[in-house]
Design a binder for this molecule. Structure first.
Ligand code: ZN
Length: 102
Protein backbone atom coordinates (compact mmCIF):
# COMPACT_ATOMS: atom_id res chain seq x y z
CA UNK A 1 0.00 0.00 0.00
CA UNK A 2 1.83 3.04 -1.24
CA UNK A 3 -0.97 5.43 -0.52
CA UNK A 4 -0.10 5.50 3.18
CA UNK A 5 3.53 6.29 2.35
CA UNK A 6 2.50 9.18 0.13
CA UNK A 7 0.35 10.59 2.91
CA UNK A 8 3.21 10.25 5.35
CA UNK A 9 5.60 12.00 2.96
CA UNK A 10 3.16 14.80 2.38
CA UNK A 11 2.72 15.15 6.10
CA UNK A 12 6.49 15.17 6.69
CA UNK A 13 6.96 17.77 3.98
CA UNK A 14 4.30 19.94 5.51
CA UNK A 15 6.07 19.74 8.87
CA UNK A 16 9.36 20.88 7.33
CA UNK A 17 7.89 23.82 5.49
CA UNK A 18 8.49 27.23 7.12
CA UNK A 19 6.36 27.82 10.14
CA UNK A 20 4.44 30.98 10.80
CA UNK A 21 6.67 34.07 11.35
CA UNK A 22 6.32 34.21 15.13
CA UNK A 23 7.69 30.67 15.39
CA UNK A 24 10.83 31.49 13.44
CA UNK A 25 12.81 32.85 16.40
CA UNK A 26 13.87 30.14 18.83
CA UNK A 27 12.86 30.70 22.44
CA UNK A 28 16.40 31.31 23.70
CA UNK A 29 17.08 33.85 20.98
CA UNK A 30 13.96 35.87 21.73
CA UNK A 31 14.92 35.77 25.40
CA UNK A 32 18.29 37.31 24.56
CA UNK A 33 16.49 39.86 22.44
CA UNK A 34 14.32 40.76 25.41
CA UNK A 35 17.41 41.27 27.55
CA UNK A 36 18.91 43.55 24.92
CA UNK A 37 15.67 45.47 24.69
CA UNK A 38 15.57 45.81 28.47
CA UNK A 39 19.15 47.06 28.42
CA UNK A 40 18.29 49.61 25.75
CA UNK A 41 15.30 50.73 27.77
CA UNK A 42 17.60 51.29 30.74
CA UNK A 43 19.98 53.55 28.88
CA UNK A 44 19.32 57.20 29.37
CA UNK A 45 19.79 59.97 26.88
CA UNK A 46 23.11 61.02 28.31
CA UNK A 47 25.68 58.29 28.39
CA UNK A 48 29.24 58.44 29.57
CA UNK A 49 32.13 56.88 27.76
CA UNK A 50 34.55 54.60 29.57
CA UNK A 51 37.18 57.36 29.49
CA UNK A 52 34.83 59.76 31.24
CA UNK A 53 34.02 57.17 33.85
CA UNK A 54 37.69 56.36 34.41
CA UNK A 55 38.39 60.07 34.89
CA UNK A 56 36.11 60.32 37.92
CA UNK A 57 36.14 56.72 39.08
CA UNK A 58 38.64 57.27 41.91
CA UNK A 59 36.50 60.12 43.18
CA UNK A 60 33.43 57.95 42.86
CA UNK A 61 35.07 55.13 44.83
CA UNK A 62 36.22 57.49 47.58
CA UNK A 63 32.75 58.92 47.92
CA UNK A 64 31.27 55.44 48.07
CA UNK A 65 33.86 54.49 50.69
CA UNK A 66 32.79 57.50 52.78
CA UNK A 67 29.28 56.10 52.69
CA UNK A 68 27.89 58.75 50.41
CA UNK A 69 24.97 57.85 48.19
CA UNK A 70 26.91 57.74 44.94
CA UNK A 71 24.03 56.35 42.93
CA UNK A 72 22.16 59.55 43.80
CA UNK A 73 25.13 61.91 43.49
CA UNK A 74 26.61 60.35 40.37
CA UNK A 75 23.80 58.41 38.74
CA UNK A 76 25.47 58.34 35.33
CA UNK A 77 28.61 56.72 36.74
CA UNK A 78 26.53 54.22 38.62
CA UNK A 79 24.51 53.54 35.50
CA UNK A 80 27.65 53.00 33.44
CA UNK A 81 29.12 50.66 36.03
CA UNK A 82 25.92 48.64 35.99
CA UNK A 83 26.29 48.06 32.28
CA UNK A 84 30.02 48.12 31.58
CA UNK A 85 32.03 45.17 32.78
CA UNK A 86 35.40 46.82 32.10
CA UNK A 87 34.65 49.80 34.29
CA UNK A 88 33.12 47.59 36.96
CA UNK A 89 36.40 45.65 37.09
CA UNK A 90 38.30 48.91 37.45
CA UNK A 91 35.87 50.03 40.12
CA UNK A 92 36.45 46.85 42.12
CA UNK A 93 40.22 47.31 41.92
CA UNK A 94 40.01 50.92 43.08
CA UNK A 95 37.56 49.94 45.77
CA UNK A 96 39.89 47.34 47.18
CA UNK A 97 42.75 49.88 47.16
CA UNK A 98 40.63 52.48 48.97
CA UNK A 99 39.43 49.94 51.49
CA UNK A 100 42.92 48.65 52.25
CA UNK A 101 44.15 52.25 52.63
CA UNK A 102 41.65 53.11 55.35
ZN1 ZN B 1 32.95 51.53 30.68
Amino acid sequence: MKFKQIIQRLFAFKKQSPASPQNKIPADKSEKMQKVMAMLANTQEVELTCDEVFAVLDQFVEMAARGEDVSQLMPLIQQHLDMCEDCREEYKILESIVQSAT
